[in-house]
Design a protein around this ligand. Sequence first.
Ligand SMILES: NC(=O)c1ccc[n+]([C@@H]2O[C@H](COP(=O)([O-])OP(=O)(O)OC[C@H]3O[C@@H](n4cnc5c(N)ncnc54)[C@H](OP(=O)(O)O)[C@@H]3O)[C@@H](O)[C@H]2O)c1
Length: 353
Amino acid sequence: MTTQSGITVESPGKPWTIVSSIPRPSPGKKQALVRSVVVGLNPVDPMQQQYGILVDEWPAVLGSDFAGLVLEVGEGCTKLKTGDYVFSCAFIGQNRYTPLQENFLVDEDLVFKKDEGTSLQGGSTFGAGLLTASLGLLAGTGITLPAPGTTPPKKEDWIIILGGSGTVGQFAVQLAKLCGYNVLASSSPSKASIPIRQGATTTFDSRAALEQQIAEIKKVTGGAFARVFDASAAGYDLAINALESASEAPVKYFSSVDDWSPFNTPSTIKEYRAELGHLGRYDEDLGATVSKQIAEWIPNLEEHIKHGSIKAIDYELVEGLGWEKAIEGLEKLTDGKATRKLAVVVGTEAVQS
Ligand SMILES: NC(=O)c1ccc[n+]([C@@H]2O[C@H](COP(=O)([O-])OP(=O)(O)OC[C@H]3O[C@@H](n4cnc5c(N)ncnc54)[C@H](OP(=O)(O)O)[C@@H]3O)[C@@H](O)[C@H]2O)c1
């Protein structure tokens, strides 16, 4: 058995450990073996390390967002070839598919092929953020992405994105804008410029009293909104109250990244929860649905990235290279010291800037 280096976690709560004994997988049908070059760190990584959420086996090889180099393709691949650079979100919790190891597997339909205008570091910021925002808005609120290079008619309607300064929120703002909506985003006041840079028309303070936030939503939108996407997992009460008391739409949508809290959403509001963690879990109905939807959206999203109509988000590059640096970044994220998306170079391949 050929082995390779990477980071494992022995069992929930145990530390990140660098090892060189991870089996190197081989690509199956429509799969590619990818060399991990840059990993984008995600809140889910420390959650998996600490609590074992969605982890299939222990010791676990974790990691979610990545940009890497295709080393080998399996039977039936038509999109990828050796030497291509790709990025996406991994099948989290499935050891052979995660990027905190030298080489891992991808399904060719579930990765973005990197274009010349996107760096590997920038590419590592898209995965979970863009795919979760796509689930939240396209599947969750029924909006449609325009064909690349086309501009949909400008809508009168607003979409409200709660947590517009976060990774998922920033991509959600970009998508809602791209689909022709006016975007009202919430954030903490010091981060209001972030959703504005991504295309939000205006913002409001996510830490103000609930009544104040609803009044602000009412004032800005005049009631012309049917859709609220909570990209913060902290906005349920606000979203439901705002939809009930401030929206004049006949059909209302509440969509959320919170797939763990019990909700009691009124029947007048269509509720949707993004569940990206089930990507690549083909043996479950949910996993099969999520994977199929994302495979259908990727060609269009990929073209938008190429056209520059969907852009990488701002990130902080952890200085240095290798697994030690990845652990340094993961610990920074765990300690709540990351102020932006963190990207870490782990591979020795040429990293275009
Ligand atoms: N279900 C899924 O499929 C799925 C997929 C990916 C992520 N998630 C979850 O989605 C959430 C966001 O992920 P992310 O990667 O975008 O994280 P992130 O970059 O850390 O963003 C977190 C966002 O939440 C906001 N926030 C934090 N505390 C808040 C509060 N008390 N009130 C209002 N807003 C608050 C932050 O706003 P400020 O910084 O402006 O204060 C920021 O916009 C996480 O909980 C993550 O676990 C779920």
